[in-house]
Design a protein around this ligand. Structure first.
Ligand code: AMP
Length: 147
């Protein structure tokens, strides 16, 4: 299965933010949209960073009681983003996540951000495939198919 197949089901919506917005605004955006990551864009809408729940934990620890709420997301985002393309196999993106210990991969096509795949999206699609396979197998075992 390819990433483009997952995007067909999930859609191309990505929660994004400009680099100057404050941490308080970013966290509100993540809470309101029930997502674990935000892709940070420059003024021409090119991705320049990613900020995730893991970065929130790190930031709160590092700030050690100082006021972080009014600081810009650009101070805490990861700037070296690893991306995928629609033609990538889901297995490749799973390996990218596992090897690099992250759970979000922005998908780019012709220089444009066209989606974001999370580990949750991948688990959902694997689960669907397992259910379909189970159904075929139990139908086969119970003799629903003509001999
Ligand atoms: P996550 O497991 O996705 O919450 O992210 C763990 C760490 O990896 C955080 O510091 C993220 O900013 C970073 N990260 C998440 N996704 C990516 C990505 N696609 N490329 C590079 N870093 C990432």
């Amino acid at each position: 299965m390819r990433i483009s197949d997952l995007l067909k089901v999930k859609g191309s919506g990505v929660i994004t933010a400009q680099s100057h917005i404050t941490m308080r605004q970013v966290l509100k955006q993540m809470i309101d949209n029930k997502v674990g990551s935000v892709v940070v864009l420059d003024k021409d809408n090119n991705p320049i960073g990613i900020f995730t729940e893991r970065d929130t934990i790190r930031m709160v620890y590092k700030q050690d009681g100082r006021d972080w709420q009014s600081k810009a997301i650009s101070e805490f985002m990861t700037t070296e983003i690893m991306i995928g393309v629609p033609d990538d196999d889901v297995e490749y993106v799973m390996a990218l996540m596992t090897d690099n210990r992250f759970r979000h991969v922005p998908i780019m096509s012709e220089g444009k951000l066209i989606g974001l795949i999370s580990i949750g999206d991948i688990v959902k699609s694997l689960l669907k495939n397992i259910k379909i396979e189970n159904r075929y197998l139990s139908d086969y075992i119970s003799g629903k198919y003509p001999a």
